[in-house]
Design a protein around this ligand. Structure first.
Ligand code: BGC
Ligand code: ZN
Length: 355
């Protein structure tokens, strides 16, 4: 794929990568999940190739198996199942977050992301990765481990929400999730298991399989097709927490209407910057101040969020597995990916399998 060049996706034969450093491992890819960021790269609106190339190998949500390791690798044995993190630090001395293994909060913007920004991704039969960027996966959750990357994003977002909420001496009760894509569904699972009353609003119809899945988790579902803002306000009142997982900024603006006093809005979408709208920004700001509201953005995740994603999945596996299996049900072969990628489908998520 050539970033910046729409639909330049191609399948190529590559040499098997080799371990070059003592702390690296050779990994056989098992599955790779495709998300909105990949589709944006394919559309040519996101992404940056590695410095020595015009092309980038896609893929940042992966599960693999250790085949071989360098001399100093201690944490993983051959045959171990692993999930890699996405971002790599900027290595600029003044960047405290990157120095503290929190490159998800990098302050220089010179971080790299595998399969997205300046580094090849995991959408190939084998990949090489350093020990410190891998998380071990217990075999009991291998069937859903390709979801650890998106789940780690939910964990990071929730961790921030929880910290902001702690400024109050009472608990928040009601959450609205905007979007019923894979991330919206994972957020719904997480918020329900944390004990929140959860409502989801998205553009899929109320009869859609996504809506059904949301109801199966025990959350209420509304479709923007059949529900107006007034309807939602009438039937639900307001929300303490709103999590935006659509990338549609009109949804963000609408959601301000549903936010209760002292409420929190978490933004996780990658928004389109080519449209402009007219807005009374003074009013937006005044409402935030007078109502003690907080709006924040969250992107990427670090290894601690991946580890927590694994432990939450282990803890909730028996309750979550039915839903997680539905998200990962649609497996496709790498050879079929270029053709399927632009086709409309009912898939909740495309997972490329190398088995
Ligand atoms: C990935 C993040 C990444 C972001 C922006 C998302 O799809 O999950 O890890 O930081 O895209 O590139
Ligand atoms: Zn940095």
């Amino acid at each position: 794929m050539i970033p910046g060049e729409p639909n330049s996706l191609s399948l190529e034969d590559l040499a098997k990568p080799v371990i070059k450093k003592d702390n690296e491992l050779l990994i056989k890819t098992i599955e790779v999940g495709i998300d909105g960021t990949d589709l944006d790269i394919i559309k040519g609106v996101h992404g940056e190739p590695p410095p020595d190339s015009k092309k980038i190998i896609l893929g940042h949500e992966a599960l693999g198996k250790v085949l071989d390791s360098g001399a100093s690798v201690k944490k993983f044995v051959k045959g171990a199942l692993v999930v890699p993190t996405v971002r790599r630090p900027c290595n600029i001395a003044s960047c405290i977050p990157c120095r503290k293994n929190e490159s998800d909060m990098c302050i220089t913007g010179r971080y790299l992301e595998r399969g997205i920004k300046g580094l090849n991704g995991f959408l190939s039969e084998y990949f090489v990765e350093e020990e410190d960027y891998l998380v071990e996966i217990p075999s009991s959750i291998a069937d859903v481990a390709v979801l650890m990357e998106p789940l780690s994003i939910c964990i990071k977002t929730f961790t921030i929400i929880d910290k902001i909420q702690k400024r109050l001496s009472w608990e928040a009760e009601k959450t609205l999730i905007l979007g019923a894509g894979p991330l919206g569904i994972l957020f719904t699972l997480l918020m329900k298991s944390k004990g929140y009353e959860t409502v989801v609003l998205s553009r899929s119809s109320e009869q859609s399989s996504k809506a059904e899945l949301i109801r199966l988790i025990g959350a209420r579902y509304y479709s923007t097709i059949s529900t107006s803002s007034a309807d939602i306000k009438n039937s639900e009142g307001g929300f303490d927490i709103i999590i935006e997982a659509t990338g549609v900024y009109e949804m963000v603006l609408k959601s301000f209407e549903y936010l209760k006093k002292n409420g929190i809005i978490a933004l996780t979408g990658i928004y389109n910057t080519s449209h402009q709208i007219q807005l009374n920004f003074g009013k937006v700001l005044l409402d935030l101040v007078l109502d003690n509201k907080v709006v924040f953005g969250a992107v990427n995740s670090n290894i601690s969020h991946f580890r927590e994603a694994v432990s939450e999945t282990l803890k909730n596996y028996s309750r979550w597995k039915g839903i997680l299996h539905k998200i990962t049900a649609d497996k496709i072969k790498l050879v079929d990916f270029p053709e399927l990628v632009s086709k409309k489908s009912n898939f909740i998520k495309k997972i490329i399998t190398f088995k």
